[in-house]
Design a protein around this ligand. Sequence first.
Ligand code: FAD
Length: 456
Amino acid sequence: MPEQNFDLVVLGGGSGGYAAALRASQLGMSVGLIEKNKLGGTCLHVGCIPTKALLHSAEIADAARDSAKYGVTATFEGIDISAVTAYRQGIVQSKWKGLQGLIKARGITVIEGSGRLTSPTTVQVGDTTVTGKKVVLATGSQSRTLPGLEIGGRVITSEQALELDFVPKKVAVLGGGVIGVEFSSVWKSWGVDVTIIEALPHLVPNEDEAISKQFERAYRKRGIDFKLGVRFQSVSQDENGVVVTLENGETVEADLLLVAVGRGPVTQGLGFDEVGVAMDRGYVLTNERLETNVPGVYAVGDIVPGLQLAHRGFQQGIFVAEEIAGLKPVVIEDVHIPKVTYSDPEVASVGLSEAKAVEKYGADKVSAYDYNLAGNGRSHILGTSGSIKVVRVVDGPVVGVHMIGGRVGELVAEAQLVVNWEAYPEDIAPLIHAHPTQNEALGEAFLALAGKPLHA
Ligand code: FAD
């Protein structure tokens, strides 16, 4: 049986796994990276990147519709799905090629095939035994469904939604979280009728409630239909379409049902149990230094309970490589990770919601300021509305920033620095923001919380 030996073996070449491999090789380790499908994983091939390409196409469609408002003569005639597909695939292919080149340039050995953990230091890939002094598990996640709801035919996951070679007329979307609202946004801009079904009382239910409510108003205004606080009961399908029946007896008819009820870890049948790795409902449990209960075996990315985001996976990958190298990196906390919901409007946040801050510090110790983007020149020019809410501890630091509006995801970097560095509004209020930018809205909110509102 062939054997390959490395300092580090990484099982799974997605955001978490390849980041661990890149950083480890930079730190002088020999690395074997095992991937059964394509380097880059979910994010590059069927997640972050291709969906953002669709969203950009959607933005262009909206721009064409709205062009007269800006003095441009253009008309929206429709979507050429094969051209959209070529554009989307072109972006993915080019990033994929770049990643493969980088992995090769760093001297990382890629082992193609499905790996199975057979001991704390070995992974079996076909008839090859891959040995590492340390092992990182990074096998990622896959779309989940509900009991009794089978994927197939007109009932699809996000992966099939990406690959559609036609623009449907009407889609029902089960789940009003990030993935559900992202596809809804694209389809609506492409002229599709969309109905979202969400069991919780709000769309984007993990965001600050005030932001979720604004988001709902914006979606209603766009003509996206949604049903909140109601559970799915059953679905039937035939050659004409799907009929979704809800628990309250209502029905939704559509061409397709997108199931976007979250993603579950890919950990079954991979030997983790047999080697004694502690797990909870399929997720791999780790300590705060991302080591499992089996010494020398680490886990990163979507298989670790918490936020399922590519940038969390990247950072965890870097973290474990540095941890293994003995560099003692700073522990990553989910509350400090920025989140963006890509849609029209966009939602971006970092830190505690107002409700969570009140829960943690007490109502009299928390104050929040809401800056309406109507007062921001650049937002006005761009035709976007929304708001920026900053939550602080009274006489203390900013603990949360919550934003809604066009491209607010680009503003979350500043918010993240402020929250992570536990800055006080008084300290950051004098920082100068370029005019006219949307960033100024953050500056205005900091000024207001420091007791010096300028335009409010
Ligand atoms: P993955 O990227 O899933 O990678 C795991 C890899 O392991 C895969 O390549 C898989 O083939 C491989 N693998 C699994 N088992 C084995 C095995 N036994 N042997 C060998 N290889 C194996 N996140 C964001 O931050 N921003 C976004 O905009 C965003 N948009 C998204 C949109 C969609 C539609 C989806 C589905 C997800 C999105 N995400 C987004 C989430 C993001 O894609 C994930 O958080 C991220 O990919 C997780 O990285 P990972 O390394 O843990 O797992």
